[in-house]
Write a protein that binds this ligand. Structure first.
Ligand code: MG
Length: 181
């Protein structure tokens, strides 16, 4: 199985002003171990992340690489790795279909991994994650970390049902692995 994960608010703590450097990238407790459990079960894991901070000119691609080096190191300490990272740098005012809620990056991942959408869950914390997953035909899982609890309370999920809701990535992966066993 391929599992698609959002980054900010799922793997690491989100910030209202975005993650601008490695110091601001702080892992959510248990997220690395959760990815390690997917790896150990031989599932593939891809990250699907909007980083309009690049399109806005706040950081460049080399800074994003440094941030992701910190993430990769934090994952590796728990024996975890991510198979591929999809980044959309688009600013909101020049968004392509790759920028969530567009499904472009999800379609790229499904194609690259030869995965079927219906078998490829997307785990995210934003309504735009759920919208992108619905457009791509992927099962939707909302975590209550990041923006997730607010999204759950907002009523916006009514347009993207069914959505499974879990406390955090660790809980979501426990249930996913149980379901697929
Ligand atoms: Mg997020």
């Amino acid at each position: 199985m391929l599992v698609l994960l959002d980054r900010d608010g799922v793997i690491n703590h989100d910030r209202p002003d975005s993650i601008k450097n490695p110091d601001e990238f702080i892992m959510i407790d248990g997220s690395a171990k959760a990815v390690a459990r997917l790896n150990a079960a031989r599932h593939q894991v891809a990250l699907v992340t909007n980083q309009s901070i690049i399109g806005r000119g706040t950081i460049d691609g080399s800074m994003l690489d440094r941030i992701h080096e910190k993430m990769t190191a934090a994952l590796a300490r728990e024996g975890a790795f991510i198979d591929r990272i999809y980044v959309c740098p688009d600013a909101p005012w020049e968004a392509t279909e790759r920028r969530k809620p567009g499904p472009g990056m999800l379609f790229e991942a499904l194609s690259d991994f030869s995965a079927s959408a219906a078998q490829t869950p997307f785990v995210g914390d934003s309504i735009t994650d759920m919208q992108a997953a619905m457009k791509a035909g992927c099962p939707r899982i909302l975590v209550r970390t990041g923006k997730g609890a607010d999204v759950q309370a907002s009523g916006k999920l009514n347009d993207v049902l069914p959505v499974k809701i879990h406390e955090d990535l660790a809980d979501a992966i426990t249930v996913l692995l149980g379901d697929s066993a």
